[in-house]
Design a protein around this ligand. Structure first.
Ligand code: NAD
Ligand code: ZN
Length: 359
């Protein structure tokens, strides 16, 4: 069986594209209870962008602090319950922020029409009805959350996406002006998520001409942004990074991620480490799986003088390491892609513990 996925319905790309958001939403304003629900990264509270949000008096604009933790099922359920009880069903949800806000917008759009807690729907194709119209406006690039068919949520028992066709955005607004203010470390860690998506997508069983073409182009852009003679956080590179993120996301959608993401999920679940940062921490030590990619990654680290701690595992207990290894081991699709169908003969929980001890 080959993957058969729905893509984003509409995409606008270009500097200043955010100014078109009002007109884009206008077409949908008569739907449901005739108001828009904006979910915005708290970083933008009091900033210029806040004034440019095309909200009307009947709309709800909610600023959310994504820093203490990645999106939880509890946050999604409470947002949904509150809006439904106070205002009714929105015409649409607009997420303005990074991967965390993208996931919140996608998840809440689905939960407006699906009863019960979002914990019921963590997994593949468990969502029963299409969600409401939803728009993604990324303000930091790299995760590919703007294009993916999953909304990753941390629940009481698992960190897993609401993954189905209806998760994908109806509209995405890609305005490179919006990512200019990203702090340098985040610019690096989140951008590296794209780089790692491509390296993992390319190095495995499920790679094919379609996923490869996206990865190839995305890697070319990543190299220009992080290694080329004009590398660095410039407007020109911001244009490229927005496109690289999208293409990296498409590449992995039609292929798969691998060992680094398997470890990263363990770090996030057990230690609460953030996705993109956790990827960098793990990738740095995966030379035997992705030799060329890791060499190049280290060059990028050096070039941009990024602070990436090592020797972290000496502060972890054996129990934590085993727990992380178990989280990773339980991602068979990633190991299958990276190592092969006989991966269980080649990789044990003990081996994965060994990988964590390197970090
Ligand atoms: P994020 O949304 O977690 O934000 C990271 C930091 O950058 C925050 O402090 C935020 O306030 C700040 N920020 C965002 N935009 C900014 C701007 N323009 N200027 C200044 N600061 C800004 O970042 P992320 O790395 O994009 O997302 C990580 C999340 O994405 C995780 O929750 C992860 O689980 C999720 N994720 C989802 C997918 C998917 O396919 N759905 C894929 C990978 C990761
Ligand atoms: Zn990732």
């Amino acid at each position: 069986m080959h993957k058969n996925f729905k893509g984003i319905e509409k995409t606008v790309f270009g500097r200043g594209a955010f100014a078109q958001l009002g007109d884009i939403l206008e077409e949908r304003r008569q739907d449901n209870d005739k108001f828009m629900f904006f979910v915005v990264d708290n970083y933008f509270k009091g900033k210029d962008l806040e004034k440019k949000i095309p909200a009307k008096p009947q709309d709800v604009v909610r600023f959310i602090d994504v820093d203490p933790e990645e999106p939880t099922t509890q946050l999604i359920d409470s947002l949904r319950d509150e809006i439904l009880s106070k205002k009714g069903l929105p015409s649409g949800v607009v997420g303005i922020g990074g991967g965390s806000i993208m996931d919140i917008a996608k998840a809440v759009s689905l939960m407006f029409t699906n009863e019960g807690s979002s914990t019921l729907y963590q997994g593949l194709n468990l969502v029963k009805k299409p969600g409401i119209y939803h728009v993604g406006v990324p303000t930091i690039s790299g995760t590919g959350a703007e294009v993916s068919m999953t909304a990753v949520l941390t629940g009481p028992t698992k960190k897993l996406g609401l993954k189905c066709e209806w998760t994908v955005f109806n509209q995405v607004v890609l305005d490179p002006d919006l990512i200019a203010s990203v702090p340098r470390n985040w610019w690096f860690y989140t951008g590296m998520d794209t780089y790692i998506h491509c390296i993992e997508s390319e190095n495995g069983l499920l790679n094919n001409a379609y996923s490869h073409s996206y990865a190839e182009q995305s890697l070319k852009l990543c190299r220009e942004i992080y290694l080329g003679p004009n590398s660095g956080q410039t407007p020109e590179n911001d244009d490229k990074l927005m496109v690289a993120s999208l293409m990296g996301g498409l590449s992995l959608t039609y292929s798969e991620v691998g060992v680094c993401h398997a470890l990263s999920y363990g770090l996030s679940k057990i230690l609460g480490m953030r996705h993109c940062y956790a990827n960098c921490i793990a990738f740095n030590h995966l030379h035997d799986y992705y030799a060329e990619g890791v060499t190049e990654f280290k060059e990028m680290i050096r070039k941009h003088k990024i602070d990436l701690p090592q020797g972290l595992s000496k502060d972890w207990t054996d129990e934590q390491i085993t727990a992380m290894a178990n989280v990773s081991y339980n991602l068979p699709h990633m190991w299958n892609h990276a190592v092969g169908p006989d991966w269980k003969d080649k990789v044990t929980v003990k081996d994965i513990e060994g990988l964590f001890r390197r970090l």
